[in-house]
Design a protein around this ligand. Sequence first.
Ligand SMILES: [Zn+2]
Length: 120
Amino acid sequence: MSPVRRCSRTACGRPAVATLTYVYADSTAVLGPLATYAEPHCYDLCSEHSERLTAPRGWEVVRLAVDTGPVRPSGDDLEALANAVREAARPQERTRRGGRDIDPLEVARRGHLRVLRSPE
Ligand SMILES: [Zn+2]
């Protein structure tokens, strides 16, 4: 079993979903599905970096259809890992909801009366 491919961008540890290939002869960068094996001039990218990809000046970017879902379904472990990574990427949402049992509509409480704002 091969290790999980990672995005090749500095400081980015997300799982790779696409492979960027530079075709120097044509000044073309081809963004396509994850390559089966790593080659020179190939860079694995996560979904975020492949979406934000910009070509060097004078270069053309060719985007092939990329499946941004689980690319190589090789078991529940990989999927669980991907979910964990996605979860870790949203710390604000988790802390905001974490632990406290508060009615989101309740803005104040006076005795047995609660002041609610209307649902949006
Ligand atoms: Zn990345």
